[in-house]
Design a protein around this ligand. Structure first.
Ligand code: NAD
Ligand code: WQD
Length: 336
């Protein structure tokens, strides 16, 4: 298949492009590079010893989409989005325009080019504070910030499109907490500015770019008092996209799947796993809870296991070791 990957230069997109090339697919990336670098794509091609096609452009621009679709696209994986929760609270309209308007333009271009298979990056953020764990796909949806709102609206829009057009098949993937890097250490997560997320922050403390980790609260009702999440290795996640693409090719309608390991890990457990994997101490301070954080959640991935024949296989130790290999080989990320 020839797959259009929007946002393919980004963290999850670059790992997925590599998995697609390795699985024998042709790849066109459409990315405006607002949060990524072409170095990631150069390295993907070097690791795979295969080339991909890159169109620098914006999913909101019909001209850029037309260029991307020119190559004869069979299916789309749609990663392109802004993703910082706190920024979305300050600039909701920018998030709605980029994420929601971008997805509408993409669906219009797909329809115009007769492309009917879509795999979409959603997020466990749509569940907000869950009533029970593990969280399955029937759990109530409770978004609490504009980023989460944009994901929920995009899910609904894609669902409506599928309802109206029986030949459209879409898979909406709700990721839990993607972390880690390719085991080569050549591609990984390269956040701009101060990392919002735990794993890249820990890695930047270990490499000496940040002094100490702040642990946001140790008074949650969890065994060690710190927040619990379902961390998922980005290579497992990338492999799930390849399987979701195969699933979408044979399916019509809209299918929603959780992607996680089904296991929860606390902040302190992750820090200790990182220290073990790297031999590096992580100095830390316990500080107040971060507004909007939930105490604990992890996925019930049974539906994805059954529909895709996919299971996350990589451990927290793998996630930490691979993050550290990426961070130590690339102390400043993709910057020279
Ligand atoms: P990322 O920022 O590394 O990748 C997103 C890519 O999209 C970037 O390369 C960016 O330049 C590009 N992009 C953004 N807006 C664009 C536009 N209008 N036109 C073209 N390109 C555009 O983020 P990521 O972590 O790889 O996330 C990928 C997707 O997964 C996003 O949709 C995100 O919301 C979703 N997601 C991420 C996480 C996570 O923790 N990383 C969790 C759940 C869901
Ligand atoms: C994990 C745990 C923090 C940083 C976010 C988004 C979500 C999704 C994934 C896109 C929590 C604690 C963190 C730090 C800490 N993204 N922590 N010190 O909040 O589960 O999810 O990323 O869809 O929408 O909200 O991930 O990595 O930020 O936090 O103590 O410096 O680490 O309190 O318990 P989160 P995270």
């Amino acid at each position: 298949m020839h797959v259009l990957v929007t946002g393919g230069a980004g963290y999850i997109g670059s790992h997925t492009c590599l998995a697609l090339l390795e699985a024998g697919h042709a790849v066109t990336v459409l990315d405006n590079l607002c949060n990524s670098s072409t170095v990631a794509l150069q390295r993907v091609q070097e690791i795979a010893s295969k080339s991909l096609r890159f169109v620098q452009g914006d999913v909101r621009k019909p001209h850029d989409l037309a260029l991307a679709f020119e190559a004869g696209i069979d299916a789309v994986i749609h990663f392109a989005a802004l993703k910082a929760v706190s920024e979305s609270c300050e600039e909701p309209l920018r998030y709605f325009d980029n994420n929601i308007a971008g997805t509408i333009c993409l669906m219009q271009a797909m329809q115009g080019h007769g492309v009917h298979q879509l795999v979409f990056s959603s997020s466990a953020t749509v569940y907000g504070q869950p009533d029970v764990v593990p969280v399955d796909e029937t759990a109530p949806l409770r978004v609490s910030n504009p980023y989460g709102r944009s994901k929920l609206v995009m899910e609904d829009l894609i669902g409506d499109w599928c309802n109206a057009k029986p030949d459209v098949g879409a898979v909406l993937l709700r990721y839990f907490n993607p972390v880690g890097a390719h085991p080569s250490g050549r591609i990984g997560e390269d956040p701009r500015g101060t990392p919002n997320n735990l794993m890249p922050y820990v890695a930047q403390v270990a490499i000496g770019r940040r002094e100490r980790l702040q642990v946001f609260g140790n008074d949650y009702p969890t065994p060690d008092g710190t927040g619990i999440r379902d961390y998922l290795h980005v290579v497992d996640l990338a492999e799930a996209h390849v399987k979701a693409l195969d699933f979408a090719s044979d399916a019509s309608g809209c299918h929603i799947l959780n992607l996680g390991t089904g296991r929860g890990t606390s902040v302190l457990e992750l820090v200790h796993a990182f220290e073990q994997a790297t031999g590096q101490p992580i100095p830390l301070d316990i500080v107040a809870r971060r507004a909007g954080d939930v105490a604990e959640y992890w996925a019930d991935p049974a539906k994805a296991n059954a529909c895709l024949g996919w299971h996350a296989t990589r451990t927290i130790h793998d996630m930490c070791a691979d993050t550290w290999r990426w961070q130590s080989l690339n102390p400043q990320g993709y910057a020279p």
